[in-house]
Design a binder for this molecule. Structure first.
Ligand code: FE2
Ligand code: FE2
Length: 327
């Protein structure tokens, strides 16, 4: 073992490691090794073997040195996740927003890996896990959306978009009367997966800096159908979650896609997902435009109520957000 990164052996290629926040660690025994990177030009080195417990003095030294990030092997990430989630379950001093923030952070790395994987399996496994954690963190507590909103990232990255849409969808689902935890978990799953079809869209279209050409738009518009098709044989995905993937771009006046469904033909959960999706898209920064303020996005949603978006869902969302922004 190399205490406090003072030795030089055991350097690993950074791509074999994933970053973990020091704030998620506690004085306890570990069953995974931790690595430290002393500067950007050096590969991380072994900081502490899994057989040695982490102590308060170690955490204090790291804090004193300003070390906020350590690394674990990617093959140890599941063990690390269990360690963090176990710590959350034991720590009743954490506030619901603190709990929510740790859950967001712990899954970020696995999401990016799973989204890029050749098969859907890791993504499905991951989604069910984070869906259950988010549903509990958000719906088991009297959580105030304003407290979450201030600590959520608002960029357009796939992870941020998926988790924000899931967070908004869960808050909406609960406010609209969905109380059973299996259903709330399914709402979270559908919301996290809603853009899963984008895995198959060319990067040149996905990462296009600026408004899309008509041809690019056409390609992008295939993502709900691709997602629906890819998930069709997955027994573990409920039909409600599946419809969130397929119908989140349908609009009640028939102007949406891929099928131009109208009003009642659209699944209730897809209507929830549509409002959450539009709200996040408008309040996140794009390469070609600034993020809109929450107030401006709410104004837009109100204009769309009973026109393109379900009026009941929009009114529910504007009431929740208005209370959260102006308590
Ligand atoms: Fe979408
Ligand atoms: Fe989306």
């Amino acid at each position: 073992m190399i205490a406090d990164g003072s030795g030089t052996s055991s350097a690993l290629a950074p791509e074999g490691l994933v970053p973990v926040p020091v704030s998620g660690l506690r004085a306890s025994s570990l069953s995974f090794a931790l690595y430290i990177r002393r500067n950007e030009s050096e590969a991380p080195q072994l900081y502490r073997g899994g057989e040695y417990p982490l102590e308060n003095a170690d955490l204090q030294r790291l804090a004193k040195r300003g070390v906020e990030t350590l690394y674990v092997r990617s093959s140890d990430h599941a063990t690390y996740r269990n360690y963090v989630l176990d710590g959350l379950a034991r720590n009743d001093r954490l506030t619901p927003p603190e709990r929510y923030k740790i859950i967001r952070e712990v899954y970020r790395v696995v999401f990016d890996e799973a989204f890029r994987a050749d098969t859907l399996d890791p993504m499905i496994e991951f989604t069910e896990e984070i869906g259950a954690e988010l549903a509990e963190a958000i719906c088991d507590n009297e959580i105030v959306l304003g407290d979450l909103f201030s600590l959520m990232e608002h960029d357009t990255g796939t992870y941020t978009h998926s988790v924000n849409v899931a967070t908004y969808s869960l808050v909406l689902a609960k406010a609209l009367g969905i109380r059973e935890m299996p259903q709330l978990r399914a709402v979270a799953t559908g919301a996290i997966l809603h853009d899963i079809g984008k895995r198959q869209i060319q990067l040149s279209v996905l990462a296009h800096p600026g408004p899309l050409s008509p041809q690019q738009q056409e390609e992008m518009r295939c993502h709900p159908t691709i997602g629906f098709r890819d998930l069709a044989s997955r027994q573990e995905i409920s039909s409600g979650s599946h419809m969130m993937v397929y119908q989140h771009h349908e609009r009640i006046d028939g102007t949406g896609y891929p099928v131009r469904l109208t009003g009642r033909e659209i699944h209730d959960w897809a209507k929830i997902c549509a409002v959450a999706d539009v709200f996040h898209a408008m309040t996140s920064q794009r390469s070609y435009r600034e993020a809109l303020s929450a107030c401006k996005a709410l104004q837009y949603l109100e204009d769309q109520a009973d026109v393109t978006l379900d009026g009941g869902v929009v009114r529910c969302w504007t009431a929740i957000m208005s209370n959260s922004l102006n308590p």
